[in-house]
Design a protein around this ligand. Structure first.
Ligand SMILES: [Zn+2]
Length: 401
């Protein structure tokens, strides 16, 4: 068992009787599937179970309306979906209903940063967070409490005996950045990495973005609470807005993924089909920069903030990189503009040449979400294992289509 996993179970032992009762109730109401031991090595976990139970989540960020529209559509079309994907049990979850009702990204903290095992499993029945090292308590945010509920529904990370884990959580997001259709997956999850390759075949032009956080218990995202997580991100679209084309793009990726599961369950050798597209077994992708600050999913180029309002940037993103997601930036290229109209160039903090992602994502104005512009490099992953190729083999930055 990894140190992080050990922490996970130490925290779990502290849970109050109330929380344990909640887990037992969840066990009673959720259908049982194969029990798979949690923790230790997330990679071995990926190689076992069939896909039957799928949760589609919308509104993890309350002001991203696309996902909420999509789950409402699923709820209205349960019969048609059952006919289309007979082997799948598709559930829907409104991630952050309280924030959605207020048309806010979150109420207290970013829900999609609340699923790291050490903090998630420290929320106890009295709604306080028990800190492992400091041995002190602090009030849990509303999102921390919601994360605890969602974790019990989806899995969970904090209950190693819960045999009712959801097989896949598909988390639907939208972004104000010009990310197009982007599929976000985790390194080593071979099922999801093959799924992403399949979806790209059905949705030409989609980008694959891979995060490299090998241990599932270290991932802060909602989708990490299920056995497998897959995030669909579509933009640009303003917060709190619905657009037909954005919904269609999101649904096209979601249905392609559901079709992938259904065809695998039907016994189709989908991997053999994928090998025809990728004969060398290497799938091109973008790899996000490693996180540098606590709570981040990936590394970002951050900006200073207004001294009065920490959510208001003190530098503005330069027009030359606006809408240029997945474009290369080099040291010395314009990046920000100051109030005196001076230009602040890229300083090479993440490498001499990097690709920018989530450029001017409004959600990233919040410290709780991690302020800044995302950074990535081009890479490849192994279709068989879902593992990224060695860094040294990626020394040459090859632009992707
Ligand atoms: Zn989001």
């Amino acid at each position: 068992m990894s140190p992080a996993a050990s922490d996970c179970h130490r925290n779990q032992r502290r849970l109050s009787p109330n929380v344990r009762t909640t887990f037992l109730l969840n066990l009673m109401v959720v259908a049982t599937i194969t029990t798979i031991p949690y923790c230790c090595n997330g990679l071995s976990l990926y190689k076992t179970s069939p896909i039957h139970r799928v949760a589609v989540v919308g509104g993890t960020h309350g002001n991203e309306y696309t996902g909420v529209w999509c789950i409402r559509t699923i709820e209205a079309q349960q019969k048609e979906l059952k006919a289309q994907y007979p082997s799948l049990d598709i559930q829907t979850i409104l991630g952050n209903e309280e924030a959605h009702l207020e048309n806010k990204r979150f109420i207290d903290t970013d829900l999609n940063r609340e699923f790291k095992c050490d903090t998630l499993c420290g929320v106890d029945g009295d709604d306080v967070v028990v800190m492992e090292e400091e041995e002190e308590e602090e009030p849990a945010s509303r999102e921390a409490r919601r994360a605890k509920e969602l974790d019990a529904l989806l899995g969970s990370k904090c209950d190693s005996d819960n045999g009712s884990e959801i097989d896949v959580a598909i988390d639907l997001h939208s972004t104000t950045a010009n990310m197009g259709l982007t599929l976000i997956i985790n390194e080593g999850d071979e099922l999801m990495t093959q799924g992403a390759a399949y979806v790209v075949g059905k949705c030409p032009g989609a980008h694959i973005l891979m995060h490299s956080i090998p241990e599932r218990e270290d991932r802060p995202t909602l989708s990490s609470a299920a056995k497998h997580g897959f995030t669909i991100e579509v933009g640009p679209i303003p917060q709190g807005l619905l657009r037909h084309d954005t919904v269609l793009k999101t649904e096209s990726a979601m249905h392609a993924l559901l079709e992938f599961f259904q065809r695998k369950n039907d016994g189709v050798d989908v991997q053999a089909e994928l090998k025809e597209t990728y004969p060398d077994g290497h799938v091109p992708c973008y790899r996000s920069a490693p996180a540098r600050r606590d709570g981040e999913i990936s590394g970002k180029i951050t900006w200073p903030c207004d001294p009065v309002n920490p959510n208001f940037p003190a530098l503005m993103i330069h027009e030359s990189v606006q809408d240029k997601d997945f474009s290369l930036i080099k040291v010395g290229d314009p990046l920000f503009v100051a109030h005196d109209r001076s230009v602040v160039p890229y300083d090479g903090s993440h490498g001499d040449e990097v690709y920018l992602i989530f450029v001017n994502e409004a959600g990233y104005y919040y410290a709780s979400s991690g302020t800044g512009i995302g950074v990535a490099i081009t890479s490849y992953y192994d279709l068989q294992t879902g593992m990224l190729k060695e860094e040294k083999e990626n020394a040459c930055y090859t632009p992707l289509p």
